[in-house]
Design a protein around this ligand. Structure first.
Ligand code: SF4
Ligand code: MG
Length: 321
């Protein structure tokens, strides 16, 4: 198993300005110093409440949003050092699937045009090879190539997400950021799309960063799970370990809220008090201390270190230091 992506101390802060001269008065620390690795052909799920920085992380990795700080090394290449032109051709390796396929598809384009566009922009393909590739892509995602002349609104939500997936894999990427790709779909359709994504992963040894607020979805698709809170990773571990024995108090609370199919295996739901604090003025020390049921004095002033507690398992919490 080889490392495809190495992320070190990634930060994305959005400046907050005030007045006529746009004086910077602070920053929203959407992503605030996260580090992790991704293995080729595997899925890393990222979970957390809305506003915790999941989507910003995905965009900063691809430099769709320019990171404020930190390093992203993809297949040995430091992405931050690429020029705009280099980045544009390098992007063929890294694609994105969005939550709302409808919003991300041009309504005036046929599926044919949607799928041709990346091929035309990035390859010097002949008309014939492009046509063939579109047919192949439609088949790969379980759509009939005969429907390529139709417009996005003529398809169901699930089919539109299949088109979004076909567009994402058009240029044979290695890595795809999937930002809530099934959240807008009916539960019955979700499983079909997730299974398709798994199949394609196997076929093309794709690496996914799978962002979702839905833990059951993440459990189904991910090999490892990272839990984010207020711009930081608080726990990262193999999926079965996270669900069988969550360690971080925040992870424990999140998982306790997932319904269990077996009523015998009833467990106590941990209800967190209060809302997620603002990323503009996050609490000092451990950012979770204002809501943590087991917070200690030290948590109010000292930031817990991001450290390995067992093989492949990292956590930031004073309880485990
Ligand atoms: Fe709770 Fe303290 Fe651990 Fe933060 S560091 S999660 S406040 S125990
Ligand atoms: Mg989001």
């Amino acid at each position: 198993m080889s490392t495809l992506l190495q992320v070190t101390n990634l930060k994305k802060h959005f400046p907050v300005t005030k007045g006529f001269f746009q004086k910077q008065v602070g920053a929203v620390k959407s992503v605030d110093g996260i580090s992790f690795e991704m293995q080729e052909g595997k899925t890393l799920g990222i979970v957390g409440e809305s506003g915790c920085g999941k989507s910003t992380t995905g965009r900063a990795l691809l430099r769709i949003l320019e990171p404020t700080e930190g390093e992203v090394v993809f297949d040995g290449v430091n992405i931050g050092k690429l020029t705009k032109d280099e980045l544009r051709s390098f992007r063929t390796n890294m694609q994105m699937i969005f939550q709302d396929p409808y919003a991300s598809l041009n309504p005036r384009w046929t599926v044919q045009q949607v799928l041709e566009e990346p091929l035309l922009t990035h390859g010097k393909n002949s008309k014939e090879t492009i046509k063939q590739r579109v047919t192949e892509l439609m088949e790969l995602v379980g759509l009939s190539p005969q429907q390529a002349g139709r417009f996005p609104h003529e398809f169901s939500g699930g089919q539109r997400q299949r088109i979004g997936i076909a567009r994402a894999i058009a240029l044979n990427p290695k890595f795809i950021v999937c930002d809530e790709p099934v959240s807008a779909l009916d539960v019955s359709i979700q499983a079909q799309v997730l299974n398709l994504m798994k199949d394609l992963q196997q076929k093309f040894s794709l690496t996914y960063l799978f962002i979702s607020h839905d833990l059951s979805v993440v459990k189904f698709i991910s090999d490892r799970v990272g839990v984010m809170y207020l711009g930081k990773l608080v726990e990262l571990a193999p999926t079965d370990e996270v669900f069988a024995e969550p360690l971080h108090p925040y992870t424990k609370a999140l998982i306790s809220a997932v319904p269990v199919p077996d009523p015998e295996a009833k467990r106590e739901q941990i209800v967190l008090s209060g809302d997620v604090p603002s990323a503009l003025n996050p609490p000092k020390g451990c950012a979770f201390h204002t809501r943590c049921p087991v917070a200690m004095d030290v948590c109010k002033s000292v930031v817990p270190k991001w450290q390995e507690v067992s093989t492949g398992r990292q956590i930031a919490c004073h309880l485990y230091e």
